[in-house]
Design a protein. Structure first.
Length: 480
């Protein structure tokens, strides 16, 4: 039968159901290599130096505060009786939660064959590492005698002293160290093909030498790709349970106690949903400015932002439901202490943390993402993400200090007031986090070139380059 031209209405229907490309403007392999590698190869722009100077200064002063606290004692913080945990554990839970989005994007979405993850997974994985580094500071520092913190690890010694494996502090050490180790392996494995690309494009001997070492002899052969894909798949399968287990273990710090508002079985899923919620918000907080500064709008597209906003809306709804169930269970239990603790959370001394942080920032602001124009407007998205970042920190503080400052004995009630060491230690961790991210985008490819290239039409072996479009790199010597 002779082929007949399609009717106009059929063509229109095909146009409407056509899948939106993940890389806009028909960008080919050559353009992707040039644009993403160019971020690393070109001199650092002025704004990068200004931002790095500010963040490095904050990080330096934060490290000074940590040194002052170690040399002087925990009394430099505002911790007291009954609020023995305050900003230290708040920061631990906040930072370990921030890192969950990277593992979710890289591992779970990879196993689900979601191609849209390819443009954002590298930055999300790096953010995971830097957040875990910030979180790892606090389990050791908050014990006071930092020089004894190595006993938290089950290191054989001639005194035969082992940690108390029933202690939540030991659980935190195992959770953080395991998560960091697997995240480093996963991140580095994905970097290897791109490091080989930078090695082949290097114009100086030192860059070629360094990238050559870390590229592990990658040549892009069939054998290289087969082993790489198997290793990446195994690490993705190993990382997936960590998304659920790590923050569940952190939640056991509170759920295994007997304090009202803490002793509840809802904490593990509640903490995991909150971690993914806050983690995706932080990913967008970092990627939106980087997308604009490095002109990566064709790679990190409105479609990527839209999908991440939907995940924020979904996990934000889970978090809002958990808030509601906490109050319902406190009422349904008939426990007067539980009822008072939750009433105190809303109308007590820390009332504005709940109304502003938990209700407005975490529950109400993500509801803007029900509207498509809000998900596609970068200013609205950035505003909501900043609200979520602040709200998740407030939530962790109100859980910890809100459950401690008014316990069973009214004679022991007290408030936590942060000192300048508390404040600058937290600002210092923000400085460490952003400084590490700025160094990452300066010296390593922030987008996985080898993975993004699988999402463009040119990756199809039957693809024919349209007339007038060149697919050969101007340099012509790097492996694409």
């Amino acid at each position: 039968m002779d082929a007949t031209p399609a009717a106009p209405e059929i063509k229109e229907a095909e146009r409407q159901i056509a899948r939106i490309p993940l890389v806009l403007n028909r960008r080919n392999f050559s353009w992707l290599t040039e644009r993403i590698s160019g971020v690393v190869e070109q001199p650092a722009p002025r704004w990068w130096w200004v931002a790095f100077t500010i963040t490095a200064s904050a990080a330096t002063f934060g490290l000074f505060c940590l040194g002052y606290q170690i040399s002087t004692g925990v009394g430099t913080w505002g911790n007291n009786i009954p609020v023995v945990w305050a900003w230290d554990i708040t920061n631990l839970v906040f930072w370990i939660g921030i890192g969950h989005a990277g593992t979710l994007i890289s591992a779970i979405l990879f196993l689900l064959h979601q191609k849209w993850r390819t443009s954002i997974n590298r930055s999300a994985e790096a953010m995971t590492l830097f957040a875990v580094i910030c979180a790892a500071i606090f389990p050791g520092v908050h014990v006071g005698r930092v020089w004894m913190a190595w006993y938290l690890a089950p290191v054989p010694n001639n005194w035969a002293i082992w940690p108390n494996f029933r202690s939540a502090l030991v659980w935190d050490v195992f959770a953080v160290s395991t998560y960091f180790t697997v995240s480093v392996l996963f991140w580095y494995t994905g970097l290897i093909p791109d490091l080989a690309t930078l090695r082949d494009r290097a114009t100086t001997k030192i860059r070629k030498f360094l990238f050559g070492i870390f590229a592990c002899g990658w040549r892009g052969s069939n054998r290289n790709w087969r082993h790489y894909e198997m290793a990446y798949l195994l690490l993705a399968g190993l990382s997936t349970p960590l998304v659920l287990s790590v923050h569940s273990v952190v939640s056991f710090d509170f759920a295994t106690s007997i304090l009202p508002t803490w002793h509840t079985t809802i904490f593990p899923p509640y903490f995991v949903a909150g971690a993914i919620f806050g983690g995706f918000a932080m990913v967008l907080t970092l990627l939106l400015p980087a997308r604009a500064m490095f002109k990566l709008q064709d790679v990190i597209t409105p479609q990527h932002i839209d999908k991440m906003a939907k995940i924020i809306l979904l996990t934000g709804s889970f978090v809002g439901y958990a808030y509601m169930m906490e109050f319902f269970l406190a009422w349904y239990s008939g426990n007067s202490y539980e009822r008072f603790a939750f009433w105190n959370r809303v109308f007590g001394p820390y009332w504005w943390y709940w109304w502003v942080g938990m209700l407005f920032c975490n529950c109400l602001s993500p509801q803007l993402f029900w509207f498509r124009w809000c998900r596609r407007n970068v200013y609205v998205v950035y505003f909501v993400c900043m609200c979520v970042n602040a709200g998740m920190w407030f939530e962790r503080f109100i859980i910890i200090a809100g459950g401690l400052h008014r316990d069973f004995l009214p004679s022991s009630w007290g408030l936590f007031i942060p000192t300048w060491v508390d404040i600058w230690t937290y600002i210092g961790t923000l400085g460490i986090f952003t400084s590490l991210f700025l160094l990452f985008v300066r010296f390593l490819p922030m987008i996985a070139m080898s993975e993004v290239k699988t999402a463009v039409p040119e990756a199809d072996p039957h693809y024919a380059t349209p007339p007038g479009i060149q697919s050969i790199s101007p340099r012509g010597k790097e492996r694409i």
